[in-house]
Design a protein around this ligand. Structure first.
Ligand SMILES: Cc1ncc(C[n+]2csc(CCOP(=O)(O)OP(=O)(O)O)c2C)c(N)n1
Length: 639
């Protein structure tokens, strides 16, 4: 670090974590406030996880002062709170590109920095990944520290508990920092959350906060107040803790520590680092949104904010229409229950919860449990709707197969964020669901062409005798009128939206509207394309697809999903097994790669999923059509 930083911002002088070590406590405080300014400024413009990041500024600074990344491994859970970590690990200059196409990811990413020891985006992975590193270290006879930082929300996830179970069993040297702000996206739910609440709000802790400060400043680093768990003989630990939950799991427990006091954090982390015996759980209490009043006041909204200039307009989103539909259905059917794995906000469920609090169940960040829990409700004659993002449903793959579909239980999967989600990028794209759901026996898989069809499909799903998935995109609807009466959509029936004899564009879900538009654009080239809204990827509308294919001899499928195992491959399979000969089939969809972050519209265009690209593809895929057009034009010209 250059000397003379007093002249400018301290943050501008931090090129790597080692630069932090020379700063005084007063300078660190100044640095924390500069970081907050930078976070608010960039995230307000680009969108992102503001409140979570504001809450861990001091914790991140302290971690990078006490540990030596990249030698020591700092493993963030979810990775959505790693913005300060990015600022301090050589990415300050690129921070303004956060979540933009080609810019920094909104999560930890091993391709981005040697300081990102584990890539994340989905919750509850840190303890398992960190334990893997610990065991590798110990088997290889290496010596470095491994620290997992996990939020109280992510700690509700099953894998976190599975990881803790093995950590306690092995007794390995691992430090788990529990970043407890009482919030997941919404307030954290569950018995574990209650336990943490007890500690946070315990009178003895509040009194002890000051006491501990006194003790910490009075005593040298090695004082026994901070020596952990079973070794502690002073009364301080007992004073802090109403329970020994973590100790029973085999962890030494330290805390709770004030997560906005850098000095105190450093002392606690240094003790944890030097303890070197059993695994340690360091309980750090933070305030989500800290230091920016709007975010402190409304941490739920500021958990993840949209980029500046994102105009929501007046057209409802698909998520809005989902929630409105659930509300109406819940009024009519006292057996309808909506299950959300910690995403009541994202799924817009507050309007349903306000009227039926006992029938909207937040189960925590527990997608696997959510699905099997739904199976149990279904067996007892209830109508469970699992409201879930496509990307997170991946967690429940076996539960869908083994607990729901194998028993043919009529569970409804309302799958939000199907397709390209945009700025969250690789970890969050909902581009696999058509493939991984269509292959499962008994499961009906549908995707609506617009928000009106969504409500009818959801209604149909709640009346189904079989499990049914309805997937819809992250976006506003098309602005179509919503029918006031729900109607049943015949299972496995698509609809022919446009006649045409040259080529049939068979589209599913969000791709139906651009397919229709592409067909209009193709008329300029003298090509008449039929357009089919397939509605179901399973069961397919055999009759309709075979009929248009037989007539046009050219079929193009379009889906916002990976091509491998997707809708297009189902249609190709159908045609291959039919008696039809000489049908040319082409499929538009996403390639066999992880799709990066960027605006939804530019990603769609990049991957050929908008009307212009679909039209261009049709022309290129069937040059005979183009020739026909040219000949037609030629004869027209030549009179
Ligand atoms: C498997 C999975 N489910 C849901 C989410 C969506 N999600 C992102 S952050 C978050 C809350 C995390 O809460 P916590 O771990 O306490 O961190 P905080 O933001 O409060 O710091 C949720 C539910 C996710 N990333 N991964």
């Amino acid at each position: 670090m250059e000397s003379g930083w007093e002249m400018g911002k301290i943050l501008d002088q931090i090129d790597n974590p080692a630069d932090l070590k020379e700063l005084t406590q007063a300078e660190l405080k100044q640095l924390a406030s500069e970081i907050r300014e930078e976070l608010v400024s960039v995230v307000s413009a680009n969108g992102g996880h503001l409140a979570s990041n504001l809450g861990v500024v001091e914790l991140t600074i302290a971690l990078h002062r006490i540990f030596e990344s990249p030698k020591d491994k700092i493993v963030w859970d979810v990775g959505h709170q790693a913005y300060t970590h990015k600022l301090l690990t050589g990415r300050r200059d690129r921070f303004s590109t956060l979540r933009q196409f080609g810019g920094l990811s909104g999560f930890t990413d091993r391709n981005e920095s040697e300081h990102d020891h584990f890539g994340a985006g989905h919750a509850s992975t840190s303890i398992s990944a960190a334990l893997g590193m610990v065991v590798a270290r110990d088997l290889a006879g290496d010596d470095y520290e491994v620290v997992a930082i996990i939020g109280d929300g992510a700690a509700t996830g099953g894998m976190a508990l599975e990881g803790m179970n093995q950590v306690g069993h092995l007794g390995s040297r691992l430090i788990v920092v529990l970043n407890d702000n009482g919030m997941s996206i919404s307030p954290t739910v569950g018995a574990l959350a209650k336990l943490l609440g007890k500690i946070r709000f315990d009178d003895r802790y509040r009194r002890a906060k000051d006491t501990s400060k006194r003790i910490v400043t009075r005593l040298p680093l090695g004082n026994r107040v901070w020596s952990a768990g079973k070794q502690v003989e002073t009364g301080v630990k007992g004073m802090f803790m109403p329970t020994t939950f973590w100790e029973e799991l085999g962890f030494a427990y330290m805390g709770p520590v004030d997560g906005h006091n850098i000095h105190e954090l450093e002392m606690a982390l240094a003790h944890a680092r030097d303890y070197r015996r059993e695994p340690i759980l360091l309980h750090v209490v933070t305030t989500k949104g800290k230091g920016y009043l709007p975010a402190e006041g409304d941490a739920v909204y500021f958990h993840g904010i949209p980029a500046q200039g994102t105009d929501n307009g007046t057209i409802p989103t698909y998520s809005d229409v989902f929630a409105q539909t659930m509300l109406r259905l819940a009024r009519d059917n006292p057996r309808l229950v909506v299950i959300t794995p910690a995403m009541p906000e994202g799924n817009c469920l507050s309007i349903v919860a306000a009227e039926f609090p006992e029938r909207v169940l937040d189960v925590g960040i527990c997608e696997q449990h959510a699905v099997t829990f739904a199976a149990g409700l279904s067996i007892q004659g209830f109508v469970p709707v699992v409201a879930i993002y496509s990307t997170f449903l991946q967690r429940s793959f076996d539960q869908i197969i083994h607990d729901v579909c194998l028993q043919d239980l009529p569970v409804v999967f309302a799958i939000d964020r199907g397709g390209i989600v945009g700025d969250d990028g690789k970890t969050h794209q909902g581009v696999f669901d058509i493939s991984y759901l269509t292959m499962i026996p008994n499961l009906i898989v549908a995707a609506p062409k617009d928000e009106d069809e969504l409500q009818h499909m959801l209604y149909t799903a709640t009346k189904s005798k079989h499990p049914m998935a309805v997937r819809y995109p992250r976006s506003t609807g098309l602005g179509v009128k919503l029918d006031t009466e729900f109607c049943l959509i015949p299972i496995g029936r698509g609809e022919l939206l446009r006649e045409g004899q040259d080529v049939a564009i068979v589209a599913i879900g969000s791709m139906v509207a651009p397919a229709l538009e592409a067909a209009r654009e193709l008329t300029v080239s003298g090509i008449e394309a039929a357009v089919v809204n397939a509605r179901f990827t399973k069961p397919l509308d055999r009759e309709l697809i075979l009929e248009v294919a037989g007539r046009t001899k050219r079929v193009v499928t379009v889906e916002e999903n990976i091509l491998n195992g997707g809708f297009g491959s189902s249609v190709a399979n159908l045609l291959q097994r039919s008696d039809l000969n000489d049908i040319q089939v082409r499929s538009i969809g996403l390639p066999d790669e992880f799709i990066e972050h960027g605006p939804q519209s530019s990603l769609r265009s990049r991957y050929g999923l908008d009307s212009e690209e679909i039209a261009r593809y049709v022309l290129a895929a069937f040059p005979d059509l183009d020739r026909a057009k040219t000949t037609a034009e030629y004869s027209e010209l030549s009179g």
